[in-house]
Design a protein around this ligand. Structure first.
Ligand SMILES: Nc1ncnc2c1ncn2[C@@H]1O[C@H](COP(=O)(O)OP(=O)(O)OP(=O)(O)O)[C@@H](O)[C@H]1O
Ligand SMILES: [Mg+2]
Length: 134
């Protein structure tokens, strides 16, 4: 697996969520993703970007265009130095929220991608990595 291109964007305000959505759309189009796959990745990215802002107190997202043989993929890594997630299984459960949301963001994102990883430490922060292959 080779990283063909990468970029890191700040997530410190709602405006940045819009910029990230636009960037994810552009990268997905450049990779030749179908409209359905573009939309899945943009939707997942919006949810995770929102979590990074709302619960992580802001952070960054790294975009990576991947190639594995002839397969092309898009990997997004959301990282924050917020409070962390004490119980990841619980956080992934549909309907679980500590905020004002529906508690659908993490579980919904997981279902929209091919690979989903969360690493979180209480008091240190959270990293969520998603990958979608064409
Ligand atoms: N980056 C993060 N840092 C700390 N806690 C997080 C982070 N992301 C998610 N969480 C925790 O996991 C819970 C579930 O997240 P999820 O995105 O599924 O739902 P939500 O954000 O509460 O609601 P929704 O996304 O449906 O608007 C959050 O309520 C929050 O407690
Ligand atoms: Mg959410």
């Amino acid at each position: 697996m080779v990283v063909m291109k990468n970029d890191t964007m700040e997530l410190q305000a709602s405006d940045h969520v819009v910029l990230v959505r636009q960037a994810v759309r552009k990268w997905a189009i450049d990779l030749g993703f179908s409209l359905v796959d573009q939309t899945k990745m943009i939707t997942a990215a919006s949810e995770l970007a929102r979590n990074t802002l709302d619960y992580g107190g802001g952070g960054t997202v790294r975009l990576e265009a991947l190639e594995n043989g002839r397969r092309k993929g898009l990997r997004l890594t959301f990282e924050d130095r917020g409070p962390g997630i004490p119980d990841i299984d619980k956080a992934l459960t549909d309907g679980y929220t500590t905020g004002k949301g529906l508690g659908m963001g993490l579980g919904g994102s997981k279902r929209l991608v091919n690979e989903f990883e969360i690493a979180s430490r209480v008091g240190e922060g959270t990293r969520v990595t998603i990958t979608r292959w064409k």
